[in-house]
Design a protein. Structure first.
Length: 213
């Protein structure tokens, strides 16, 4: 079993750290003063990924059949409504993918944070530097990059409403990973090759290499 639980809204950081201790010798990531600074960094870091996706989308649309148009009819309304539902499912899938890349026996919880509907995955099991980078990038690759590649080949077979919905969802799944991109940037910059990364509350730390649990 993957040992994943969906939780409710996180009230305080103590919801995450209850019953857990920070490993001795853990070094706090330099992440800025608050989460807003982390997301600002993530927005900058994600741009080299998002901009080529956006440019590729525009180029692909320019090479599609002429005469396509978007009509405001029942079909378009249904596609838009379905896209909203899919968006929320993808947000849950994003965090579930993070959880699946943590050690199987480790306890993984998924929480809602703040009033903006954001979700995050929490696990305090130490993982190697390389594994942390992979699990951080996995949702963006699986839900953003790979669907974008598929869409490039499938766009001609889709109508305008579906294409627009698909493109918007793809862009959002890439942009949604900006916090993950910031974590990867900090890991590459701050964590030694032979170290592990561990979460404790809303912060990340690195510690000397241990075996993944």
């Amino acid at each position: 079993m993957p040992n994943i639980r969906f939780m409710g809204k996180m009230k305080t950081e103590a919801d995450l750290t209850a019953g857990a201790e920070l490993p001795a010798g853990a070094v706090l990531f330099d992440e800025g003063e608050d989460l807003n600074e982390l997301f600002k960094l993530g927005f900058v870091v994600i741009m080299p990924v998002l901009i080529p996706v956006m440019i590729g989308t525009i180029i692909r649309i320019e090479h599609m059949e002429k005469g396509r148009h978007l009509s405001f009819d029942l079909h378009t309304v249904c596609v838009a409504a379905a896209a909203v539902v899919v968006y929320f499912l993808l947000k849950a899938a994003h965090e579930t993918i993070h959880a699946l890349f943590y050690p199987r026996r480790a306890k993984k919880t998924i929480w809602r944070y703040g009033s903006n509907g954001a979700w995050f995955c929490y696990c305090n099991a130490p993982v190697s530097r390389a594994r942390f980078i992979v699990l951080s990038l996995a949702p963006m690759v699986i839900l953003g990059i790979l669907p974008f590649i598929v869409w490039l080949f499938a766009a001609d077979a889709l109508d305008t409403a579906v294409n627009i919905a698909a493109v918007v969802l793809i862009w959002m799944m890439v942009l949604f990973a900006m916090g993950d991109a910031a974590n990867v940037y900090n890991t590459l910059k701050q964590v030694p090759q032979n170290a592990c990364v561990v979460n404790y509350g809303l912060h990340s730390y690195w510690i000397p290499q241990t075996q993944d649990q």
